[in-house]
Design a protein around this ligand. Sequence first.
Ligand code: NDP
Ligand code: GDR
Length: 343
Amino acid sequence: MTKRALITGITGQDGSYLAELLLSKGYEVHGIIRRASTFNTARIDHLYVDPHDEDARLFLHYGDLSDGTRLVTLLAQIDPDEVYNLAAQSHVRVSFDEPEHTADTTGTGTIRLLEAVRLSGIKTRFYQASSSELFGATPPPQNENTPFYPRSPYAAAKLYSYWITKNYREAYDLFAVNGILFNHESPRRGETFVTRKITRAVARIQAGLQNDLYLGNLESIRDWGYAPEYVEGMWRMLQVDEPTDYVLATGVGYSIKDFLEASFGHVGLDWQKYVKFDERYLRPTEVDALIGDSSKARERLGWTPTVDGAALARIMVDADVEALACEGRPWIDSVAVPSWELV
Ligand code: NDP
Ligand code: GDR
C-alpha cells in the first residue's frame, strides 16, 4: 500500500527536503501552499510532475493555517497516514515586529490543524515542528528534560504548539510527536537567516558585487546542522511504535564569528574587513547559546548527524558561489519552471 503524507510548509526549506525524501521512499505527497501573487514554489519546482500524468505523486493544495475549515476539508479529502506540520512564521526577529500574526500562524495554526485531524475523524500520525528556541535562556546543553524559557513571540507561540501537541497525544490517544530541532541550514535556507545571509554575501563580495555585510549580535552560539539530515530524523520519529518527543542537534556550538571565519575563510577572505554592525538586526531579548544533546534520538531512532557548522559553511558558500554564476536558478540546474495546476 502506498503511504500518503501531508506537509504544511512544503514550500519552505524543510518542506522541500522532506517532500524529496518521502517521494524517494515511494510516498504520495500532498502539500499545502499559500495563494500568492507570484509563484512561491521555487524550492519544489524540480519535483513537479504534471498532475494528469499517472506517475504524479506530488499534489499541491491551496490552504493556510489561519483557515480552519479548509484544513478540515483537506484532511478529510486526502486522508493522510502522516501529517507534518512545518508551516510557521519562522523568523525570530520578525516575530517581534509581527507578534500577533506569529501567534496566529505559529501557535494557533497548530491547534487548527490538530482539530482538523480530530474533526475529520482520520487515523494519522502527526509531527510538530518544535524548536530549540523553546529553551531560550536556559543554558546548554539542552535535551528533552531541560526546562523551557522562551525569549521571543516566536518561541512563545512554539511553546503553545509544543504543549497542545502533547495534550492531544494524551487526551485523544493521537500518535503526535514534537521534534525539538536545533538550527539546521542548507543552500535552500531563507536569505534572511544569518547563515544564508553570510554565505550569499561571501559569494557576492568575492564577485565584486557587494562591499559590506551588516549584521547584529556576533556573540551568540548556535548548534547548526544540515537540513536534509534533520528531515530524515522527522520521518524516523513517525516510524517507531511509541509517540514521544525528541531533540535533534549536532552537539557542537559555533558563534556567529566562527561561522563568519569558516565562510569567508573558505574563499580566502578576511571577514573583519567586510562585516559592519547594524542595531536593527538585534533582538529585544536574545538567545545566547543553544547546544543540543540528541542522545535520545541517536539511541532510539539511530539518527546520527554528520555535518557540523564548519562543513555546513563550506557547503553553503560553494552553493551560493555556483548560484551566483547562474543567477535566478539557485540550487538546481536545468529546471524548467512548471505551472502548477491547482485549480
Ligand atoms: P521556512 O520559513 O523556510 O518555511 C516556512 C513554511 O511555512 C513556508 O512554506 C511558508 O509558506 C509556510 N507558511 C508560513 N505561514 C503559513 C500559513 N499561515 N499557512 C500555511 N503555510 C504557511 O521554515 P523552515 O523550513 O526553516 O522550518 C520549518 C519549520 O520548522 C518551521 O515551523 C520552523 O519554525 C521550524 N523550525 C525550523 C528550524 C530551522 O533551523 N530551520 C529549527 C526548529 C524549528 P511560504 O513559502 O508561502 O512563505
Ligand atoms: P534563529 O536564526 O533566531 O536561531 O532561529 P537566525 O539565523 O535568524 O539567528 C541566529 C543568530 O544570529 C544572530 N544574528 C543575526 N540573525 C539574523 N537573522 N540576521 C542578522 O543580521 C544577524 N546578526 C546576528 C541572531 O541574533 C541570532 O542570535 C532559527 C529559525 O529557523 C527558527 O525558526 C528556529 O526555530 C531556530 O532557528 C531554531
